[in-house]
Design a protein around this ligand. Sequence first.
Ligand code: NAD
Length: 254
Amino acid sequence: MFSLSGKKALIVGIANSHSIAYGIAQALREQGAELAVTYLNEKARPFVEPLAQELEADIFAPLDVTDTAQIDTLFDQIEELWGRLDILIHAVAFCPMEDLHGRVTDCSRQGFRMAMDISVGSFLHLTREAEPLMADGGACMTISYFGAEKVVENYNVMGPVKAALESVTKYMAAELGPKGIRVNALSPGPLMTRAASGIAHFDQLLDMAAERAPTHQLATIADVGAYAAFLASDSAKNVTGGVHYIDGGYHIVG
Ligand code: NAD
């Protein structure tokens, strides 16, 4: 039905083999895409490097999205090696623990700024850098969550942060559509990852999702990967600006 053969993809957000970004990278690679994989810092490197090797990544580079110089260096490297980019995967989020665990009302200014900058601002910074390399069009994707739309207990300030991420997705989709650059958000149901373990009582969220979702199945990183691979392909060339639920239908009952 579709192939990603010859397509060049930048994957930002692999921390380990449980990461959503890893599930997406595996699916893109299986369909023939060539990959650039980033790691957050030297502490993260030993966990990400074997995965990048297994994925036969052409580029393996450090990227802390708060570091503009690192973003510039990475895109220079991509331009030099590939001369273009077809797919951008942004699977990054952060919020200081004390702000994540408190009421939205009490979120500190500093915590709010950091959460918005790392989890939302970085998507537009990376997309802006990708734009000139996507002269033949491209697909940019980020990862949202249902807490953007409805109040989900314990999701706290990440709800408003994801709402902003979904809005940024729609505005960029409108702006970049005429250039053939598509921008979409994937919204998986809860998955046990390192980022998720920071959310209080996350196990209860998993139980509730499995119980209430029409399929009674939790989403897997392979499910997210399969959907992302389709969206990255030319078969999805007319799909943009969407929030795509991969949650067993939980969003219609939740
Ligand atoms: P994860 O911990 O595997 O991935 C989060 C990634 O963010 C890590 O690779 C981490 O290094 C990266 N990151 C944090 N700060 C960064 C920075 N300053 N610069 C660069 N990278 C940074 O967890 P995950 O669940 O795979 O998270 C990926 C995305 O999926 C996040 O946006 C998360 O909010 C979203 N999401 C997760 C779930 C879930 O239940 N796990 C559900 C819906 C959406």
